[in-house]
Design a binder for this molecule. Structure first.
Ligand code: SF4
Length: 415
């Protein structure tokens, strides 16, 4: 490897990290350096959740320790057979960079991942050493997210949770067949085994902290994972089922969906075209239906097309479900329980909470609901208000085009 200076390494290793979407940083515990103790904070302005257009999370130093790798995952630009320029940081260099960026107010934390160098254990040791040194040698109290290596020794993976706010282990692909074909050196069993062990450690710590306030924290922002969408033949139904199973078994904080984007020097087994970005968006919406709207995974799957197993791209999954199950509507906004209101297309969690509060004092008319939603045209066929009953509208055969968002052609030379 040619001798590179820090700036050159940073350019290579920050660019190589942009393919990982799982760096949002919600849900960690509050820590700060008030009173002159330590440096860094997860509070105040908070951790920024914004992403740059190229996928980087703006407020975290998001880098790889190295983009060299002994594995050859077909979808990865850093795979062994890829012809990219390689670079490698030492653990000490990452620590120094993080502290220097933090002190300049460029970042609020660190997201660290790595290709596998030497062995999984050696690489994991280096990753853990960065977090250990930041926490123990420098009393760093900012946010740390570590990507862990499922093949590494379980004790090393556990050490990551001792120092990091969030840990993640990527499942990579939604089906075992897809993983075997595109990442032959990885094992679904080992990946899920590592997630299960992480879950166990998080639970044990939570129990200990209930009994002893002084018990050390362990990955307070939980664990997350990422699935690549569109690199294999998995349908949206497969992806939703996989996500639901991961949430259920490992209580993940988040599953991230990353639309596969063709990489330079791509492997011949990969599709030539990226899936529409809207597909990724629809999967995030279906994820929200399960996490915040009370839909069971099989209900979300009902929103997919029976022939293709894919979610529609022109309408959101909640609307697709409502159009399929018209007998569940209209819902009376003045009487229906929360669960039924959450199923009304166009009503979000905030709107439903506002409805439940307001109707304690008075009966709501359609205009009251209109003030809580972006499109009353989308909501009207699915609810009853004091002065509104949709009558035949709910049963119309052509309801879909009436409630679907209007597709607009963008002007090429618009000012
Ligand atoms: S192990 Fe990670 S870095 Fe290495 S080729 Fe596979 S996805 Fe890329």
């Amino acid at each position: 490897m040619a001798q590179l200076d820090t700036r050159q390494k940073l350019a290579i290793l920050a660019d190589a990290a942009k393919y990982d979407a799982s760096c949002a940083s919600s849900g960690t515990s509050k820590r700060n350096s008030k009173g002159g103790k330590g440096i860094g904070s997860t509070e105040g302005m908070g951790i920024c959740h914004a992403y740059a257009p190229d996928g980087r999370c703006i407020s975290l130093l998001k880098i790889l320790l190295t983009n060299s790798c002994i594995f050859d995952c077909h979808y990865c630009i850093n795979r062994k057979s890829s012809n990219v320029r390689r670079a490698r940081f030492t653990a000490r260099e990452v620590v120094d960079l993080t502290l220097a960026f933090y002190k300049r107010n460029y970042i609020e934390g660190l997201f660290l991942s790595s290709g596998i160098i030497g062995s999984s254990n050696y690489t994991m040791e280096q990753i853990v050493e960065v977090a250990r040194s930041l926490r123990e040698d420098h009393d760093f109290r900012g946010y740390i997210h570590l990507k862990t290596i499922p093949d590494a020794d379980p004790e090393l993976v556990r050490q990551a949770g001792v120092h990091a706010d969030r840990v993640s282990i990527n499942v990579e692909l939604p089906t075992v067949g897809g993983l075997k074909r595109l990442a032959p050196e990885k094992s679904a069993q080992r990946i899920e085994g590592a997630m299960g062990a992480m879950r166990g450690s998080i639970d044990d710590t939570a129990d200990a902290r209930k009994r002893f306030k002084s018990a050390p924290r362990f990955a307070p922002a939980g664990q997350s994972t990422q699935m690549i969408v569109g690199a294999d033949a998995a349908t949206d139904g497969d992806i939703v089922a996989k996500a639901a199973s991961l949430y259920g078994r490992f209580e993940l904080r988040r599953v991230y969906y990353s639309a596969f984007s063709p990489i330079p020097d791509a492997s011949a087994v990969l599709p030539l075209q990226r899936p529409p970005l809207m597909r990724e968006h629809r999967l995030y919406q279906s994820d929200w239906l399960m996490r915040f709207y009370g839909y069971r995974p099989d209900e979300v799957a009902q929103a997919t097309d029976a022939a293709t197993g894919m979610l529609p791209l022109d309408i959101d999954p909640k609307l697709a479900w409502a159009l399929k199950f018209r007998d569940r509507f209209p819902v009376d906004v003045n009487r229906a329980p929360r669960e039924a209101l959450l199923r009304v297309p166009g009503l979000g969690v905030k709107a439903v909470n506002a409805i439940l509060t307001s109707r304690r004092w008075r009966r709501l008319a359609l205009a009251d609901v209109a003030r809580l939603t972006v499109s009353i045209a989308k909501v009207r066929p699915f609810l009853i208000a004091q002065d509104w009953r949709p009558v035949a509208l709910s049963d119309r055969a052509d309801l879909r085009p009436i409630v679907a968002p209007v597709q607009r052609q963008l002007e090429l030379f618009a000012a």
